[in-house]
Design a binder for this molecule. Structure first.
Ligand code: GUN
Ligand code: ZN
Length: 464
């Protein structure tokens, strides 16, 4: 047997492009994806060498070790483009809509990260929960405490994960967000916040597969000076060979949008919520904007023009009553879109559970708040959901050269999904007559139970 050459047998699915066909809702571009059934995935030294039909397995792979996953579905590891590592113990908190929910449940939960031991143990639990859900890359918000970001990165490094994360920047605890943030949870000073961020970047950015994201929490918890400091860090890095990521929350909730416009109208005269961040130089490639529910066409054109991305977080948007993300408007505008769970606003770590809610959000968007003519109503196909959760997410994070598909050379992070994980799934997928129908059942009924195995760089992920 050849050393470090493994062939994984199963049903293999991956994408070369977005399956969405504007104007042909419910259909998928047949050139955007490949299904190999029965298929094989050949991995060596943590990278994909080949993916294809089993009977076409190349000669060099016949000496490989074989791992047979039967007819289970092998897809690239899921990419969660928006999640909070410090809301592990606050998921499923009945706080109403965004602003009171943050004040009453999230800030107190995140403040427990003051304790470095708790931060380390909880970060470890968090990453194991992602891996159990088949998520291998995520864009993560931690807390304002520097050591909470160290904890997340250290645990991700031990597991060899490709993760993007950043320390939260919060220097405004004012009343504009519906209640004061406790002083002890704010950055002590702008200079300290910048020094902490720079130190974390030096320690973790490009440490293995880790990347740093400059992470002001959102406009309501930052002063203009802090947003501009963040924007400067991000922009300066774009002129180097190690550009930074950036992320924040944008136009999630209508009360939040109103509060932002009130807060910044004197200082920045913004045209829109996005314009607050734009005027502080935070909008550009590798910037990832969480939620982005309440934007207009000008905002979407600006996001496309600057090569920024948005994170569609359906379970959170429904749980917090935030609104219905207009997926196709972003498609028409040409904006990079990924999916996010937004745990703890989101109610599941599973990207399959997220696909289930995404379908409902798109369906409801056809008649609420306005009715769209029947012949132009949108529907989210299962293939497009799987695209958004894999290659789409990788593109949103500008990581499509590294992850998100099984093109030769890509890092071999992948997940094996069981069509028959529960009696209900088994019965329903066995009754399905086409691959697309079976995939839709998995996207609608699946969750962590459907994850048979998660692989990191070609090796089974284990509890660290
Ligand atoms: N806006 C600012 N902070 C948060 C957060 O923690 N979760 C969500 N969903 N929205 C936010
Ligand atoms: Zn969030």
């Amino acid at each position: 047997r050849a050393k470090d050459l493994t062939v994984f047998l199963g049903t293999v699915l991956h994408f070369t492009d977005d399956p969405w066909v504007p104007g042909a809702e419910g259909e998928d571009d047949p050139d955007s994806y490949e299904v190999f059934e029965p298929g094989a995935l050949v991995v060596s030294r943590g990278r994909v060498l080949w993916a294809g039909r089993r009977e076409q397995l190349p000669r060099f792979a016949r000496r490989a070790q074989v791992v047979d996953h039967g007819n289970r579905l092998i897809v690239p590891g899921f990419v969660d483009t928006h999640i909070h590592s410090a809301q592990v113990d606050a998921i499923a908190s009945p706080g109403g809509q965004l602003l009171p929910w943050l004040r009453d449940y999230m800030y107190p939960a995140e403040m427990r990260f003051r304790d470095p031991r708790y931060a380390r143990q909880t970060s470890s639990f968090f990453l194991d929960a992602l891996l159990a859900a088949g998520t291998t890359t995520a864009s993560v918000y931690t807390t304002t405490y520097k050591h909470s970001t160290d904890a997340l990165f250290a645990e991700a490094r031990r597991r060899n994960l490709r993760m993007v994360a950043g320390k939260l920047l919060m220097d405004d605890g004012g009343r504009s967000q519906g209640g004061p943030v406790p002083d002890e949870y704010l950055d002590r000073s702008l200079a300290q916040a910048e020094a902490d961020t720079r130190e974390l970047i030096r320690r973790w950015h490009h440490n293995g597969r880790l990347r740093y994201s400059v992470s002001p929490r959102f406009a309501l918890t930052s002063t203009v000076a802090a947003l501009k400091m963040a924007g400067r860090l991000y922009q300066d890095s774009l002129r180097t060979d190690r550009p930074l990521w950036s992320q924040s929350h944008l136009a999630e909730n209508r009360d939040e949008v109103d509060a932002v416009m009130r807060k910044f109208k004197g200082a920045l005269h913004p045209r829109s919520y996005l314009d607050v961040y734009d005027k502080c130089d935070l909008v550009g490639p590798r910037s990832v904007w969480g939620h982005s529910v309440w934007l207009d066409d000008v905002d979407r054109a600006r996001l496309a023009e600057t090569d920024a991305a948005v994170a569609f977080c359906p379970t959170s948007n429904l749980f917090l009553g935030s609104g219905l993300f207009p997926l196709n408007r972003f498609g028409h505008a040409g904006v990079r879109v990924g999916m996010g769970t937004d745990v703890g606003g989101g109610t599941s770590y599973s990207m399959l559970a997220t696909m289930n809610e995404a379908y409902k959000v798109v369906a409801l968007g056809n008649t609420y708040p306005d009715r769209i003519p029947e012949d132009s109503r949108a529907t989210l196909t299962a293939l497009r959901s799987f695209y958004l959760a894999t290659l789409g997410g990788a593109r949103a994070l500008h990581m499509e050269e590294d992850i998100g598909s099984f093109r030769p050379g890509r890092e071999a992070d992948f997940v094996v999904l069981d069509w028959a994980a529960t009696p209900v799934l088994k019965r329903r997928t066995e009754a399905a007559s086409t691959f697309r129908e079976r995939l839709f059942v998995l996207a609608t009924l699946g969750d962590e139970r459907a994850v048979a195995r998660t692989y990191i760089l070609g090796r089974p992920a284990r509890r660290a």
